[in-house]
Design a protein around this ligand. Sequence first.
Ligand code: ADP
Ligand code: ASP
Ligand code: MG
Length: 444
Amino acid sequence: MQKYGGTSLATAEKVIEAARQILAARADGHEVVAVVSAMGQTTDKLLRLASAVSDRPDPAELDALLGTGEAVSAALLSLALIHRGAASRSFSGAEAGIRTDDRHGRATIEAVDPTRLRQDLGRGVIPVVTGFQGEAGVGGPRTTLGRGGSDTTGVALAAALDADHCEIVTDVAGVYTADPRTVTGARRHTTLLYEEVAELAVGGAKVLAASSVDYARIHGVALKVRSNSSLNGPQTWVGHRHRAAAVRFADASWRPAGLDEAPVIAGVATKSGLVRCVLRRITADHAFAILHALAASGIEVELRRYGNLGTEDVSDVALTLSADDVDEVRALLAEIQPRTGVEEVHWTSNLARLSVVGLGIGQRPDASLHLLGALRSVGAARTDLLVTSNRLSVLTGQGCLAAATQRVHDVFVHETPVSALAATWWADDRGRLNTPVPALTAAD
Ligand code: ADP
Ligand code: ASP
Ligand code: MG
């Protein structure tokens, strides 16, 4: 299974290079199924087109529109393969047997029926499948799987076809300790565990869609992340630790690590375009009603703070959400206001979340101190620190995100001695959240 991302298919030359790599893998004796994303920035362009004709695009038709991007790539790659003498056929998500629920724009794969793919493979045909899309039930409306969803298509088909592994072919040579395009000194991992990559993906590392990592972990699909520039260049393997020892790849890069050899820090990830919403002084009943309404709406909202200090009946609730969903959440809060009586709502925009991922990092007593110290040393805002076993995450201002990420990466990955950090920890504290960040007005 080889999944080619948008940047790996951005031009006709890149499509031809993808065809060459698929044929080279075939010449090495592998049966190949290709999964493709839309060329370059096509999906973004389609989204802009949709907003140009409608304020709130109909979700089903928006999915129909977005699916066209992948359809172009699949047919084009099939054409390039056929031109080079191979038999090939392009498949839509529905034709490839991808069945989803009916949540347009963020559908989940519920079943895969690979019968037609198997038939073509049996006849020596190379199937090229449009990533990112499926159909709701058999013969239902077209759906899409959420941004980056072609990764999930690749993994789901690899699982259904019992493939050796799923290659994620992209514009970087693997999974790094941070985005290698923006962070100096980011290091490529040779191997990583599903748990580590899942946390990086949830933290915002775009290289793998979070849902694809979950799917791979549940179905035991080994992932190989490699660059589109070469079939056998550097890469990162992602899998279960125990499976690692059993994997039979010719490539020696899979290192069956013992616990003591596992890297402590998997990396630093960031997610931009966030907004924080604080509902002040509400009762437990009202907080429950609001959280219930939000959950029912399906909008992705992260609850960052709940509860009081035990001294009052009322408490504060702090939520983080994508800036794209603010209008919807405002409308929802306004709609239920008569039942919840919330009067004080504070919005803060231009926020980003910075996460440090490492197995067991939440149990290291000094880790949070290092994170807060690193942010403070570059004058970055920091609030709503969350600690889980494998991830620390904190909200900061978008404006200082680049400097903050570099500093946090330097501290955690390059192991700046604690003494050096301590020197900056007490430096002038410029990192207050509300000062540099323009606030939105409260919903009425
Ligand atoms: P594709 O078009 O192949 O799906 P994406 O843009 O979705 O590619 O993902 C690849 C990008 O992910 C890289 O170009 C890189 O900028 C970004 N990225 C973010 N974090 C990481 C990381 N930890 N390791 C590698 N790449 C990362
Ligand atoms: N084309 C889709 C997107 O841009 C799916 C993908 O790239 O995986 O999100
Ligand atoms: Mg992607």
